[in-house]
Ligand binder design. Structure first.
Ligand code: Q9C
Ligand code: ZN
Length: 342
């Protein structure tokens, strides 16, 4: 199996995350990829490859140009405005305010383009986000060329990033960018299966009115789980996209058996809708030891997940999303990939 990774992902080194009312060291940290790499090498899962630079064009195929410019300039503008700490949004065009006007001040634009306050923008964030989507594009390109599965060790993750919003540790929607590229290269319908503990609100939003990308997500019930305001079962798609968005909100503590039953249902839908490629948003924060999540996967259960994904029988690219139990993140990722290879 080909594995794609870039050291440039390390350029995102945020110091602060607003968590439970306190600024803490971010859960989404560079050590995550260090430990995944270490376990991938130890288990000899596949050869490591550096992605090439694909530029902004594939990003602009799914994201707003104003948003992309904001991400590129935010840190410099924040510093130029004399702010001391990292760029943390603290004001939004909330429901009673105007959202049709984008104010000049960087603090206002930061909130306009943010969907939550936990994710600080820092020096190097944009460059790391660029590397992360390059990893996703290279993985999908390899799978398209060979039919073989590939793994993109993306960081920062992507599935919370929408057309013009960042948050939930995400800036560019890596899976969405890669899916759009696969369509451009001749695929007719791409399935994005999101197994991260959190709902992939960004990916859902990008493709909600389209029938050429089937989005299916299994996740913690948004009634009680981030991102709260999207991810309910009645969100089934819009217009010609009706039926091409499927959500499985599951309660905290959901057993692996129940989760796997939902996965079987999801895989049946993928088979029925004649998808010709599978992109997996691979969050391993469904692990029982994850510090910010509430599902019950053991490390062994991830092998079973990999086996089920392989049974779909489609060209498959797996892209890293969440997973914050750093001591176990490497084994959990390796187990999924070993399961796919079996
Ligand atoms: N401060 C991904 O897994 N808030 N994002 C949770 C902890 C945001 C997770 C509370 C969680 C975002 C890609
Ligand atoms: Zn997550």
């Amino acid at each position: 199996m080909h594995i794609f990774y870039s050291d440039k992902t390390r350029l995102r080194q945020a110091r602060t995350e607003l968590h439970d009312g306190v600024l803490v060291a971010p859960f989404e940290c560079p050590e995550r990829v260090d430990l995944v790499l270490k376990q991938l090498q130890q288990a000899a899962v596949g050869e490591l490859h550096e992605p090439r630079a694909y530029g902004l064009e594939p990003v602009l195929a799914v994201h707003d140009a104003g948003y992309v410019n904001f991400l590129a300039d935010c840190w410099h503008e924040w510093v130029a405005a004399g702010h001391e700490g990292e760029a943390i949004p603290n004001i939004w065009p909330a429901r009673t305010m105007r959202s049709d006007h984008l104010p000049q001040a960087i603090s206002a634009r930061l909130g306009y383009y943010a969907l939550a306050a936990e994710t600080s923008i820092t020096e190097g964030t944009f460059e790391a986000a660029m590397a992360s989507k390059d990893i996703a594009l290279a993985a999908v390109e390899h799978t398209l060329a060979t039919g073989e599965p590939s793994f993109g060790l993306c960081r920062p993750p992507g599935h919370h990033a929408a057309f013009d919003q960042f948050g939930g540790y995400c800036f560019f929607n890596n899976a969405g960018i890669a899916a759009q590229q696969a369509l451009r290269q001749g695929k007719r319908r791409v399935a994005i299966l999101d197994v991260d503990f959190h709902h992939g609100n960004g990916t859902q939003q990008l493709f909600y009115a389209r029938d050429d990308v089937l989005f299916i997500s299994l996740h913690g019930d948004p009634e009680v789980t981030f991102p709260y305001y999207l991810g309910y079962a009645d969100e089934t798609g819009q217009g010609k996209g009706e039926g091409f968005n499927v959500n499985y909100p599951l309660p905290p503590g959901t057993s692996v058996a129940t989760w796997m039953a939902a996965l079987d249902d999801a895989l049946a839908t993928i088979a029925r809708t004649q998808c010709d490629m599978l992109i997996v948003s691979l969050g391993v924060d469904i692990f029982e030891g994850d510090p910010i999540s509430a599902f019950t996967f053991t490390s062994d259960d991830f092998v079973l997940l990999g086996q089920r994904l392989a049974e779909a029988g489609l060209p498959t690219a797996l892209l890293m999303e969440g997973g914050y139990a750093v001591d176990d993140i490497g084994v959990n990722v390796v187990n999924v990939l070993q399961g796919i290879k079996q």
